[in-house]
Design a binder for this molecule. Sequence first.
Ligand code: ATP
Length: 212
Amino acid sequence: MEQNKIPQATAKRLPLYYRFLNNLNQQGKKRVSSKELSDAVKVDSATIRRDFSYFGALGKKGYGYNVEYLLGFFRSTLDQHEVTEVALIGVGNLGTAFLHYNFMKNNNIRITTAFDADTEKVGTDIGGVPVYDIRDLEEKLEDIKVAILTVPAVEAQVIADKLVEKGISGILNFTPARISVPKHIRVHHIDLAVELQALVYFLKHYSLDNPE
Ligand code: ATP
């Protein structure tokens, strides 16, 4: 497949480029320079030029990149023509925030199903998403392949095992627990506490004026 030729680091930046170009397109802009892109997405312009060369988009000097061409490429590469459904497990503070947060408005990924163990939450509808009993995971997960994990850390592994058993392909793990899954399952781990701690540490010890 064509996509397989794109390096992973480049692929990770695709959604970032996509979001910005989508905004430009909505404003009626036809072209964009790598400098403009660079300032907006905070990726240096040499990297942007290299990334875009993988997409067959060669910017012209003094013209920049054609916004529509790039958007077309991103849409097909990011599978924007089909909606990807995501399940969220654990409708606590963080999970509830995700259900309410409209972070998907510019792409075709939607949280469509949520699960919790708390009988008070089961049967409710949060941010337009139905909350089902975790015991009904098998029946309600259907063919959803991506899950967001916002359960307590101690529950993470058990839930991950269940998700794997039900045929999940990818897990975005927001719990501090490091989960083990078979090799063919992709897990991305986001620990907000660790990220914040790292930021505070860097602020204290590494000045941006003097990166050395
Ligand atoms: P958060 O961690 O998102 O801030 P919180 O502090 O409100 O949430 P937690 O105790 O972390 O609550 O639990 C997160 C959510 O996960 C709760 O809604 C809880 O009912 C749910 N939960 C706990 N155990 C399970 C489980 N085994 N399966 C599904 N959901 C669970």
